[in-house]
Design a protein around this ligand. Structure first.
Ligand SMILES: C[S@@+](CC[C@H](N)C(=O)[O-])C[C@H]1O[C@@H](n2cnc3c(N)ncnc32)[C@H](O)[C@@H]1O
Length: 215
């Protein structure tokens, strides 16, 4: 799953992962993060998620990272605000008072170019990555975290051998291994039966949607 795959997905409009509303997981579980105003929240692989705006409106400093410039252009067109554009390393950064969207590769992001992160909301980021990259992703993410940082992670579970991702299946054992230095709590699990044709054609009737609090 290389970067060109995702850029092309945005060009082709293959963006069924995008939700036309704030993530229900974020709304439901946000109180568990005990947020403080002006703290810093990261949305890795953010697409044009409305969660960016929701968190900004809670008076948090919000950083999103997204490889597709088109996704960011769409976000700005759909939610017009004044954005200043700067270059930081290999990234182009679009920013207003509380929100920064970094256009570039998440794996090139590093702690020298950002302030410490207090919270991460990972919806459709880890599950967008194949197995080989997920360890690297979790290690990278941990580099930016402030002591005491908390992560809300949303995953899917289904028989991976029946159908390829994305979204990839990420089970609890893997989450516990990837975040082995953290306390990992499963805080929500639901069975989804209204699933995409790709799953149905592969003979999968249901998918588990799981949310973890990692701290
Ligand atoms: C499945 S989508 C999820 C988007 C968003 N989190 C949401 O909930 O709508 C994954 C996103 O990650 C972006 N992406 C994939 N690999 C990336 C990388 N290495 N660095 C930055 N963005 C990446 C893709 O362009 C895509 O927008």
């Amino acid at each position: 799953m290389d970067l060109e795959f995702w850029k092309q997905a945005w060009r082709d409009g293959r963006t069924a992962f995008h939700q036309g509303q704030t993530s229900p997981h974020l709304v439901r579980h946000l109180p568990l993060l005990n947020i403080n105003e002006n703290d810093h929240v990261l949305l890795p692989l953010c697409g044009k998620s409305l969660d960016l705006l929701y968190l900004q409106d809670l008076n948090l400093k919000v950083t999103g990272i997204e490889i597709s410039e088109l996704a960011i252009e769409q976000f700005q067109a759909e939610h017009p605000r004044e954005y200043k554009q700067t270059k930081k390393g290999n990234f182009t950064v679009y920013q207003n008072e509380k929100l920064e969207i970094w256009n570039g590769d998440f794996f090139e992001f590093h702690s020298d170019i950002t302030s410490p992160i207090h919270y991460v909301f990972d919806r459709a980021a880890m599950v967008a990555l194949p197995f080989d990259l997920r360890k690297h992703y979790a290690e990278k993410l941990c580099e930016f975290l402030n002591l005491g940082a908390k992560i809300l992670l949303v995953t899917f579970e289904y028989p991976q051998e029946k159908v390829p991702g994305p979204p990839f299946s990420v089970n609890k054992d893997e989450v516990e291994l990837l975040y082995k230095d953290f306390k990992v709590q499963e805080i929500y699990r639901e069975t989804i039966t209204a699933i995409s044709p790709k799953f149905v054609e592969a003979g999968i009737q249901q998918v588990q949607n799981v949310c973890y609090l990692i701290e």
